[in-house]
Design a protein around this ligand. Structure first.
Ligand SMILES: [Zn+2]
Length: 659
């Protein structure tokens, strides 16, 4: 779903000492306990502050590129693993211990970018090439955005705001992550749920035999899609749409008010302006125009899609159409019913086609084929027995390039979406190798097709991180503009959809049932079915984000107003903005970026010209996009790969079903 972008990018162990000399130096995430979190955090902060002090003592730009790179790496080496561990460690005490540390590093980052002496030195940098020129520009903008050029009182206030925003974001995320809500269902209310689902939730049953379910995706999503009882779906929907609690509405409002104040310190009208001037789009006008185009493309489609579902509901319940109302908790259920009937696709049955381990093998085989690399699993110590680790090696020479972890299954207190976490960013100049983690909440037995797409998506982010060849750490891998960062991951989803790539599944699992040509065509038709609903929803999220980023008002009121204007309306008693984590964090004034990135992703896809496993195009893509990270303007990366200016034609064809 998304990538975690750490603003400053840890403790690593190099097992090299005990390993034979020819083994690659393989950096890994250390084994953390509370003490180690606190200890490495304090030591890391002290070290960074000492380095900053030494950097302040020097004059002029000479040497600063390297000094900056070292500082950034030293910060990343402490912060990134702690940030990851805060999201995945099985021990709540360890997760909790990371929070004050995250806060302190956020403060350090603000101080660093408000440091006048360093700003002066950055201004004096003499770039030796385009990559250094881009880094200088990025650094200057980073300093300016942190308020270094502001008068002292405003700069002080900017720092207070950044600190407070980090504190509020943490509280918001904690309220979502640790939401204790459970929803109880009788065995009769489980009608429609698969054997596998029932088996997986056997452990949740209480003394009366009721299923007691959490709000986590692997429980919630299949239930809304399959449970026959409309009343049971309604209860679960209401609970899920209260996740995070009313407290988060207040936190979110405060967050947006502070952002508005921040923009004001710069003499800018809104946070949207403050944020978007640093993105690919450049201004709120471009975003608003794009969102208007999306809206006009999908408005009628959405109505048509929903009318159709309403008819299906009337038929199923045997109620007159005029008296049948389609509810929000009906949408996934009836969509699934249509998908099954019209396209004869049963997502639950697809889990047999895509066993989880084999799906990983498949995803990796696709990437190995395209990018000329090899993945080698290694037994290494990790934070949980479920977690696996792989080396990334050059396909020809076997040379060690980088590594990644896979943490695939749900557990109590774990990050509850799917995301890629950069742990180490590359720096070619210091021979530093990248390391990332892919974190999901998959079913152990198998994936449905949507989850296979999620797997490919997050793996697309991981490849962007671990195949990066940027000179400087600040520009490594996914350190790109937020409205571009989803393009490589969205593009990679397509390899879950096309016949010539899916044929590789036979190689990784000869004994699995395989999709026939007809099934692949039907899956694709099923996916495109309901695009009107899907993109209308994406539009709504993006619009809501832009509204708050332009003119902060109480979030629930704004949400109600926007949602009420949609065909299905607003469900009284739901508080969606309480769990919209994206906009509490750095996706604010950036949610549109998912669709914007998709414009780029679909356009880039055209280069494969239907030959999805063409290693030549794969190599060009690796060179022009994946390896570049942020060391070139994203628009230039895309132009170099495409050989022309990007176009939104493929995107609008996709969302209106004309592709
Ligand atoms: Zn993503």
């Amino acid at each position: 779903m998304r990538i975690i972008l750490a603003a400053v990018a840890a403790a690593f162990v190099f097992p090299a000492a005990s390993a034979p000399a020819k083994q690659p130096q393989r950096p890994l995430v250390a084994q953390y306990d509370v003490q180690r979190v606190t200890g490495s955090c304090e030591a890391g902060l002290k070290r960074a502050r000492d380095e900053i002090k030494a950097m302040e003592g020097r004059r002029g730009g000479a040497g600063l590129y390297r000094e900056w790179n070292k500082l950034q790496i030293d910060i990343e080496d402490v912060f990134n693993p702690i940030y990851l561990i805060g999201n995945v460690h099985p021990d709540k005490a360890v997760r909790d211990a990371t929070e004050p540390c995250q806060q302190k590093f956020s403060t350090l980052s603000t101080e660093l970018f408000q440091n006048e002496k360093l700003f002066k030195r950055v201004q004096d940098l003499k770039p030796a090439n385009d990559r250094e020129r881009k880094l200088k520009k990025d650094l200057i903008e980073g300093f300016e955005d942190s308020g270094v050029a502001l008068p002292a009182d405003k700069r002080k206030r900017a720092k207070e705001i950044f600190d407070k925003l980090e504190e509020l974001r943490q509280a918001y995320d904690r309220n979502v992550r640790d939401d204790p809500t459970r929803v109880k269902f009788t065995p009769a209310e489980m009608a429609g749920m698969s054997e596998a689902y029932l088996k997986a939730h056997e452990g949740t049953r209480d003394a009366e035999g009721n299923y007691v379910l959490t709000l986590k995706y692997p429980s919630y999503v299949p239930f809304l899609t399959n449970a026959k009882s409309g009343e049971a779906r309604r209860r679960y929907y209401l609970a899920k749409l209260n996740e995070g609690g009313a407290q988060n509405l207040d936190l979110l409002y405060e967050i947006f008010k502070l952002r508005q104040e921040l923009a004001g310190l710069y003499g800018l009208k809104s946070f949207a302006e403050y944020s978007l001037r640093r993105k690919m789009v450049g201004s709120p006008q471009t975003v608003n125009k794009f969102l208007d185009d999306v809206k006009s493309a999908v408005t009628e489609l959405e109505k048509k899609d929903l009318e159709e579902l309403r008819a299906v509901k009337a038929k199923e319940l045997g109620t007159p159409l005029a008296e049948t109302k389609l509810e929000r908790w009906d949408v996934s259920y009836y969509q699934e019913k249509v998908r099954r009937e019209r396209f004869d696709i049963d997502q639950e049955k697809l889990r047999k086609y895509f066993p989880t381990d084999k799906s990983i093998d498949y995803t990796m085989l696709v990437a190995q084929t395209l990018y000329g690399v090899r993945f080698q699993e290694r037994k290494v110590p990790t934070w949980h027995p479920d977690v696996r680790y792989f080396d990334v090696l050059d396909g020809k020479t076997g040379k060690f390039i980088s590594g990644f972890y896979l943490d695939l299954y749900p557990r109590e207190g774990k990050y509850n979406h799917a995301a890629a976490f950069p742990i180490r960013g590359v720096s070619r100049l210091t021979k530093r190798t990248p390391l990332s983690a892919l974190v999901t909440n998959f079913n152990r037995e198998g994936l449905d097709h949507g989850e296979l797409e999620t797997m490919m998506h997050e793996f697309g982010h991981v490849m962007h991180g671990v195949l990066s060849e940027a000179d400087y750490n600040a520009q490594a891998g996914t350190s790109v503009k937020v409205d571009f960062v989803e393009a490589p991951s969205q593009m990679f989803e397509e390899w879950a959809r096309r016949k010539d790539s899916l044929q590789l599944f036979e190689k990784v699992c000869p004994q699995c049932p395989h999709l026939t040509d007809d099934e692949i065509a039907r899956l694709d038709a099923a996916r495109k079915y309901g695009q009107g609903i899907r993109y209308a929803r994406q539009w709504l999220y993006a619009k809501f984000d832009m509204e708050l980023s332009t003119d902060p008002r109480p979030p629930l009121a704004v949400w109600k107003q926007l949602e009420s204007a949609t065909p299905l309306g607003h469900v009284e008693g739901t508080i969606f903005p309480a769990s919209f984590s994206h906009i509490a964090s750095n996706y604010a004034a950036g949610y549109y970026g998912y669709m914007w990135s998709e414009v780029i992703a679909l356009d880039m896809l055209s280069q494969f010209k239907g030959r999805m496993l063409d290693p030549e195009v794969g190599a060009r893509y690796r060179r022009e996009i994946l390896s570049q990270g942020g060391q070139r303007e994203e628009m230039e990366d895309v132009r170099k790969f495409l050989g022309r200016d990007p176009s939104s034609e493929a995107f609008f064809a996709e969302i209106t079903g004309r592709r």
